[in-house]
Design a protein around this ligand. Structure first.
Ligand code: ZN
Length: 210
């Protein structure tokens, strides 16, 4: 089973070993590694992309408890430098961390966040309104989100019984396997595009800007 370096280490590169490389029918190659700095697609986040040596990593996915790296060329078993492309990683971390902030604001407003999707241009957090809510004020949600960002709370990881928990400053920790900004100011600004309630379910659409 591939060691998931991204869960404990902020480094975007690592010296690892290629264990196997299989040519697929579509021309890509499926590569298994001893350990990986690449975050696979999941938890509402797209996968990291990057390189294994000079070979491009196009997508990374969780499959049967292991991590498969899809590449554009074959790669020989043995040691190689794995490098995550920091530009998409940072955007995904900003969007995902913004989802945490929106979840905290939902809790401030008496709602329970239940699911989230943090893909670029598709940001959305959904929750349950514990009391009847008629109208939502997206401006108020946005103001509260950006007030938390202004506090520039630092991200802290903890592990309890094998569960990774992620907290920003004094805010309560969420169980999470995703990638995050080091502190909230790196998000930039959160823009709330819409906030709707339907049958007790609250849906907040958002994006991040510099
Ligand atoms: Zn997270």
């Amino acid at each position: 089973m591939t060691e998931r370096l991204y869960l404990t280490q902020p480094a975007l590169s690592a010296d690892i070993d290629v264990l196997s490389c299989t040519l697929l029918e579509d021309g890509r190659h499926a590569v298994r590694l001893s350990a990986t700095p690449f975050h696979p697609q999941g938890g509402g986040q797209p996968s990291d992309v990057g390189w294994l040596g000079a070979v491009e990593v196009l997508r990374v996915s969780n499959e049967n408890d292991d991590i498969i790296h899809y590449t554009n060329a074959a790669i020989a078993p043995g040691p190689v430098l794995a490098r995550v492309d920091q530009v998409p990683r940072q955007l995904h971390a900003r969007l995902h961390s913004a989802g945490h902030v929106i979840g905290h604001v939902m809790m401030q407003l008496g709602w329970t966040p239940t699911k989230a999707h943090h893909w670029p241009t598709e940001g959305r957090v959904v929750g349950i309104a514990n009391e009847a809510v008629s109208a939502l004020d997206s401006g108020e949600i946005e103001r509260r989100c950006n007030a938390l960002i202004a506090e520039d709370l630092a991200c802290a990881l903890s592990f309890e019984g094998g569960v990774r928990k992620v907290a920003f400053g004094h805010l309560p920790a969420f169980p999470c396997g995703g990638t995050h900004v080091e502190s909230l100011a790196q998000i930039g600004r959160i823009e709330i595009q819409s906030a709707r309630v339907k049958k007790g379910e609250v849906s907040v659409r958002y994006d991040v800007t510099a």
